[in-house]
Design a protein around this ligand. Sequence first.
Ligand code: BGC
Length: 396
Amino acid sequence: MARTFPEGFRWGTATAAHQVEGNNVNNDWWDWEQRPDTVCVEPSGDACDHYHRYPDDIRLLKELGFNSYRFSIEWSRIEPEEGQFSVAALEHYRRMCAACLEHGIDATVTFHHFTTPRWATTDDGWAGAKIVDRFTRFCEVATGHLGDLITRACTINEPNVVGYIGYQVGVFPPGIIDRELWLASIDNFVAAHRRAYEAIKAGPGDFPVGLTLSMSDYQAMPADDPAAVEMRDTVRRYAEDVYLEACGGDDFIGVQTYSRTQIGPEGNLPPEEGVEVLGMGYEYWPEALAATIRRAWEVTDHVPVIVTENGIGTDDDEQRVAYVTAALEGVLDCLADGIDVRGYTYWSCLDNFEWAFGYGPRFGIVEVDRATQQRVVKPSGQWLGRIARANRFPPD
Ligand code: BGC
């Protein structure tokens, strides 16, 4: 039997500027991709040329049936040097917001999605004292120019990933493995989110603002082993709780979930035998979405949840449908339990630049031929669009 989503539930897809725009030459990632000493498999190049093709891409989303588009504005284009703001770049993003609104699509704008202007990486970047003021000023100026056209804003995308992978794993810039710098980045991200929240709320415009967090269904293994539980709680504290606790009272919390993480007394465990491992190296585990929605709701003391990312990188489009089916069943269960979930955003609209993995993993519901930039909607895109239009599952 079909189950219905609440009236006004938002159905979207998401992208991030650096992953789709092309030629974002002035940020830390561009530099990182070119370096021979990183694990990046290829540079981002023209990406999906979304910087020029956004009118067609947004129209396509409308035709498919979506009513929200989450995209990011590129700080390094808007403020190419410290304190120098490009009105031309701001006007570009005004046109993008306007294109969404013209099609009846929410302009869900992310102010920071992984990339930082080169100039702002000086003075220890996100681990340094200056970044909070720098980011806040950017938010003030960008909101001043775009606020009247924004429907919803995400301050920072997955600060927990930027900090951990940048300062503990070394696969994201700056790739400096240093515990003190990592801990400093956590404090700065939390402070930057709080200041950005205030700056964006000051207007113009009056719209919901929140943080988006990378979440995993952290499971202690064995579940009844106190040492495993303690290790799980410690890992999760730095990965998620410090951020969730800083978001109490926000307008929404953006939950972004792809898989689960099993933790034993010594730390993270490898994928469990018998569970499929995806190209990204983690398990196929769509049930993680419901588990993380529940946890975000609980730890934030009932801040409304928007699923701002959920998806799968796979060449098998039927597997994508199966994954989203299980994930949406979980969302419906959460709703039935009284959790205030306000939207589901699939990652991603387009097959795009998957950071250090390059163009290998395909998360899109729309295929992109990077030689011709031709777009072809996958069956999963038509399917998800039908669900969006019907606002129920299954749709027919
Ligand atoms: C990020 C995206 C990324 C996606 C799939 C999220 O962590 O926000 O930029 O492409 O996961 O890996």
